[in-house]
Design a protein around this ligand. Structure first.
Ligand code: RB5
Length: 149
């Protein structure tokens, strides 16, 4: 199950992505926001990340105006590796090398069709493991307050 979330600025892009997911039979749960009323992106980043932490969802897609604020909030949550993407190459690499589990995009940055391609790439690409596993574990060690020095 894919978790979706956005603030008001990301809502139009999230709706486009929901259409893409519907067309492709990909299951998702929308954790809001549901209206154009101004709201705070961190609230929705937290909802999506809590769903991933609990195991209810495996991955998430977050949208705000730039993708920046909502990804910053997501990356404060334990176990979350959120990537902001404006291109398919980064989306692919974030899965293969970094085992990203949340994708963030900006509705004021990427067009709907590019965003759909980025989502498609992100969802279809797997983690390669190997030497990348050690590096991801290092990221997680930093999250626990450990040093790599
Ligand atoms: C909202 O205006 C905007 O600041 C927000 O969606 C996001 O772009 C922040 O990073």
């Amino acid at each position: 199950m894919l978790a979706l979330g956005s603030d008001h600025a990301g809502l139009p892009l999230k709706r486009e992505i929901m259409g893409f997911l519907d067309e492709n039979g990909i299951e998702y749960k929308d954790f809001g926001t549901y209206t154009e009323d101004s709201c705070d992106y961190a609230v929705f980043a937290e909802r999506v990340c809590l769903a991933i932490q609990s195991g209810e969802c495996e991955q998430g897609v977050l949208c705000c105006g730039t993708g920046v604020g909502i990804s910053m909030a997501a990356n404060k949550m334990r176990g979350i590796r959120c990537v902001v993407c404006t291109d398919c190459y980064s989306a692919k690499m974030s899965r293969e090398h970094n085992n990203a589990n949340v994708l963030a995009m900006g509705s004021r940055v990427v067009g709907a069709e590019l965003a759909k391609m980025i989502v498609d790439t992100f969802l279809k690409t797997g983690f390669l493991g190997g030497r990348h596993e050690r590096r991801v574990q290092q990221i997680m060690a930093l999250e626990r307050g450990e040093t790599l020095q």
